[in-house]
Design a protein around this ligand. Structure first.
Ligand code: ZN
Length: 134
């Protein structure tokens, strides 16, 4: 499963960060996930919980912030794509839409626009508990 390997990576990163800061408990992990990162947030949270069992991240809450797809065109246009709207307009399935995201057209000039965001998966912040407040 795709989500399991991502959850593994996140877990390893979170754990090593927590160890560096001598954390006793990990409380929150905030992720930024692109709408087109092909990742299911529910499955990812589930995998993370399974991995974190028995570790200092056991009670950590995984918070996922979704990042919309953003595009940029050589005409100077920059914007985000509301894929929900497109989906409603065209009745496309999200998988197909994700594929089509590779060939998004600029709404201003109709040329092929570059995707500048929406595929990332980043650990934004980690909230930890440490033994000593100082
Ligand atoms: Zn354009």
């Amino acid at each position: 499963m795709h989500e399991l390997s991502i959850a593994c990576e996140i877990f390893e990163q979170v754990k090593s960060t927590a160890e560096t800061h001598r954390a006793t408990e990990i409380k929150h992990v905030t992720l930024q996930m692109g709408r087109f990162s092909h990742t299911n947030p529910e499955q990812l949270s589930f995998c993370f919980k399974v991995l974190a069992e028995g570790s200092i991240a056991e009670n950590a809450e995984l918070i996922v912030e979704m990042i919309p797809l953003s595009i940029e065109c050589e005409c100077g246009y920059e914007g985000t794509v509301d894929e929900k709207q497109i989906q409603e307009d065209s009745g496309l399935q999200s998988e197909l839409l994700a594929y089509m995201a590779a060939i998004f057209e600029c709404p201003v000039c109709g040329k092929q626009a570059h995707i500048t965001g929406g595929r990332e998966l980043i650990i934004k912040s980690i909230e930890i508990e440490t033994e000593n407040e100082n």
